[in-house]
Design a protein around this ligand. Structure first.
Ligand code: 13P
Length: 287
């Protein structure tokens, strides 16, 4: 069932758990994530970066595929199709394409411009029943060409953006896209705490979910994080399983080169990663 992310995140915040956003890259990714969410009776958010959207030949293709797959697999759990780190133009493209949720990442603008653009997009998306995420402070590292310096968010700026009526707020708290470097000092819980105190019931979003230790994830949830984004970890699991299959020479046995066989171990590995995360985030059985 394709829905906006609003209700699932309000419920998650009230219930002290988080809904996972898992980024998709192609049909295998989408199918593995949807089947796992259904099996575990968990709500789920499918994240699409602008780069992944382009790779899949456009947001229209993505929306059509996800909608059709959701129906043909008979998925009953709530699924949001969400633009990840969207530009201003990208947000409008996804709204037109039929996404049920968008993220406008205005974190690289000064706060007044971020507020102005976010405010406009809040009005447009809410008129159409689409949920919207905004960002303050930046997520460190690089994801699909979006590069952030990892500045921690200013809690007062977070309040300004939250007051616009966004449905979820991503705030930089020392989190980084991709693998965490050796010696990473960890999440800034003092900053997260200050943000939650200013933004109250607003569901907060933790980007860079790959590689954050379980105890930090749990603590972040107690401080108001209700959505956690995971991208790199599924890519690593997929690559690892695919490498093992090829290194074992399985593609050379019989028809092991058939893409449905060649990609199967990777697809199963994505399922296992998504399951592990949903269990850690506490969203199992919450659909
Ligand atoms: P990771 O790739 O570090 O899991 O981050 C995902 C993310 O935050 C998507 O926006």
């Amino acid at each position: 069932m394709l829905v906006s992310a609003k209700d699932m995140l309000v419920k998650a915040k009230e219930g002290h758990y988080a809904v996972g956003q898992f980024n998709i890259n192609n049909l295998e990714w989408t199918k593995s994530i949807l089947l796992t969410a259904e099996e575990l009776k968990s709500p789920v958010i499918l994240g699409v970066s602008e780069g992944a959207g382009k790779y899949m030949t456009g947001f229209g293709t993505v929306a059509a595929m996800v909608k059709a797959m959701d129906e043909s697999l008979g998925i009953t759990v709530p699924v949001a199709l969400h633009l990840d780190h969207g530009t201003y133009d990208g947000c409008y493209k996804c709204i037109k394409a039929g996404f049920t949720s968008i993220m406008f990442d205005g974190s690289h603008y000064d706060i007044d411009e971020n507020v102005a653009k976010t405010s406009e997009l809040v009005n447009v998306s809410h008129q159409l029943g689409i949920s919207i995420e905004a960002e303050v402070g930046s997520i460190g590292g690089e994801e699909d060409g979006v590069i952030g310096m990892g500045e921690c968010a200013d809690p007062d700026e977070c309040k300004r953006i939250a007051d616009l009526g966004v449905d979820m707020l991503a705030a930089g708290i020392g989190n980084i896209h991709g693998k965490y470097p050796e010696g990473w000092p960890g999440l800034r819980f003092d900053v997260l705490d200050a943000i939650q105190q200013k933004t109250g019931v607003m569901p907060l979003v933790l980007h860079g979910g790959t590689g954050i230790p379980a105890d930090m994830i749990k603590k972040a949830i107690t401080l108001g994080v209700s959505k956690i984004n995971v991208n790199t970890e599924c890519q690593l699991s997929f690559a690892d399983a695919t490498r093992k299959y090829i290194e074992a020479g399985k593609d050379l046995e019989g028809k092991g080169f058939d893409p449905r066989k060649l990609l199967a171990p990777g697809a199963e590995a994505i399922k296992a990663t998504v399951k592990e995360k949903m269990e850690l985030f506490g969203s199992v059985g919450k659909a």
